[in-house]
Design a protein around this ligand. Structure first.
Ligand code: NAP
Length: 479
């Protein structure tokens, strides 16, 4: 019993934002299946302002435990009743146990990392590790390495945070120093280099070259999606031994399992599920897909956001809604932005959003209805995204919208709207694929797109329009 509501099965979860990409449900569920346990593991997207309610809600509902991920690992602490020494030392919580209604915060990142690399390290004695980053994961890893007697060099974009971590390590009796985030003597001193920042999650290169690193150095990037970041690829090209974050992910999950259930986790089954997922991704349409993103264009109420979300989830990609991005940055709703600043300003905000998205990779981007009217926006989108136009007849659009007063461009007489809809059709027609959504529900549209994608990809390759296929040939680390 975990306190709270009486559940028939044992429930676990992961909370974070974003959370769509989390492999925790897959990994833990594989473990329950292997042991025949009546347990379920769910994922919840929880925004910062919902965190307290989410923690108290999970407790009331009787969840036995949950993992906490970006961006809540520190923010969750005030809502917990107790912290384990590992959580206190890391100043962050990635695992919460609901012990009869008492919430205990724990951190398994550091120990998970040690278990992941243990087989690749013959001895810890006299070793030096360079840690890139000084956030939650870096703290856990650095403190766990300190416990092994490893000398630490911390390099971080914000030097103050690196120095703070160094102070913490020294206070605990460790040998540590901070260095400027630039090439230096540390490259030849380090036996182990750990990349702990989110740089590379979208396939972007790390802003620092590893030229000068010793051959054979163990280089770990704790990112596992993509399976091989450009950072890890460079390390491999320079003759280093490399490992991505999958093994750490496995072990932090297994340690959470042990903390919750007081028994060893079925590591082999959990690892097999992760590897199977890696293989599925590599052979899925995503693996064969020649462009880095998909952009959905079309008139309002053609389903760009709902289709986009579902499509992103089916491809295991991230979802971005450009209207939501503008709202986040400006603090205004789209309707308010139109009202206060007019359409021209809104269109230029859309261009800024596309530029800001820069080198995103593996994203489904839902655009505002008028975004592609602007030629620059069309060019920015087409540079890196396969463009899919969602079509619906005007009557269908009006039926779906219901209250037109909520949509700035739908107000006014039908003739004006009809003229706008008509005028837009020529730009919407400039797409790699057009899907008629008139008679389809959201799942139907997604199915249609997934069916057509491989064919479009092949056509485009043959026409030489697109870049060659993705480079996701990364190697997962062995546990
Ligand atoms: P965090 O607390 O937000 O820390 C992020 C760190 O990255 C900070 O040091 C930050 O530097 C640095 N950083 C962010 N953007 C940067 C940029 N553009 N250039 C240079 N440095 C940058 O995050 P976290 O919880 O430590 O997680 C970091 C990553 O580890 C995430 O990708 C997460 O998915 C991954 N992770 C993996 C596992 C696993 O099991 N494999 C476990 C935990 C975390 P500033 O101090 O300058 O902001």
């Amino acid at each position: 019993m975990s306190g709270g509501a009486c559940l028939m099965e044992t429930y676990y979860a992961v909370i974070g934002d974003p959370i769509d990409h989390s492999l925790s449900p897959l990994m833990h569920t594989a473990g329950y299946r292997a042991l025949g346990l009546e347990a379920k593991y769910l994922r919840f997207r929880v925004s910062r302002d919902q965190l307290k309610d989410a923690a108290l809600g999970l407790r009331s509902l009787g969840f036995a435990g949950w993992n906490v991920t970006i961006p809540h690992k520190e923010a969750i602490i005030p809502y917990l009743d107790e912290l384990t020494p590992a959580a206190v030392a890391a100043g962050a919580v990635n695992t919460v146990k609901n012990a009869e209604g008492r919430l205990i915060g724990h951190n398994t990142d550091g120990e998970g990392f040690i278990r992941a690399i243990a087989e690749s390290v013959s001895s810890w004695q006299g070793k030096t590790a360079a840690i890139l980053g000084a956030g939650g994961a870096a703290r856990g890893i650095a403190l766990a390495l300190k416990e092994k007697g490893v000398r630490l060099i911390i390099l971080n974009r914000t030097p103050g945070k690196a120095e703070e971590l160094v102070r913490l390590l020294r206070a605990g009796g460790g040998e540590a120093c901070a260095e400027e985030l630039a090439a230096g003597a540390w490259l030849s001193e380090a036996d182990l280099v750990v990349q702990t920042t989110p740089v590379g999650l979208r396939g972007e290169p790390y802003p620092l070259s590893l030229q000068g690193i010793k051959k054979g150095t163990l280089v770990v990037d704790i990112i596992y999606k993509p399976w091989q970041t450009p950072f890890l690829r460079e390390a491999q090209d320079l003759g280093c031994r490399t490992m991505n974050g999958l093994a750490m992910f496995l072990h932090q999950g297994a340690l959470a399992w042990e903390f919750w259930r007081g028994e060893k986790a079925p590591l082999a089954a959990m690892w097999a599920a992760l590897v199977e997922e890696k293989e599925r991704m590599e052979t899925s349409v995503e693996g064969k897909f020649p462009r880095e993103n998909i952009a959905l264009i079309g008139f309002m109420a053609t389903g760009k956001s709902s289709v986009g979300r579902r499509l992103a989830s089916a491809l295991n990609w991230e979802f971005i809604d450009t209207d939501e991005e503008i709202e986040k940055v400006s603090g205004l709703s789209v309707a308010e932005m139109f009202q206060r600043h007019g359409e021209t300003r809104f269109r230029s905000e859309e261009t800024l959003v596309l530029r800001r998205l820069g080198r995103v990779r593996h994203c489904v981007i839902a655009t505002g209805g008028g975004m592609v009217v602007n030629e620059e926006n069309r060019r920015l989108l087409a540079e890196r995204a396969l463009i899919i136009s969602l079509y619906a007849p005007l009557d269908k659009i009006l039926e779906r919208v219901g209250d037109r007063a909520q949509r700035p461009l739908l107000r006014g007489p039908r003739e004006r709207l009809e003229a706008l809809w008509q005028a837009r059709q020529s730009v919407y027609g400039q797409a790699d694929m057009i899907v008629d959504t008139g008679e389809l529900d959201v799942d139907g549209v997604v199915r249609e797109i997934l069916k057509e994608l491989p064919k479009r990809a092949t056509d485009a390759r043959q026409q030489g329009q697109m870049e060659p296929g993705g480079e996701e040939d990364g190697q997962a680390a062995d546990p």
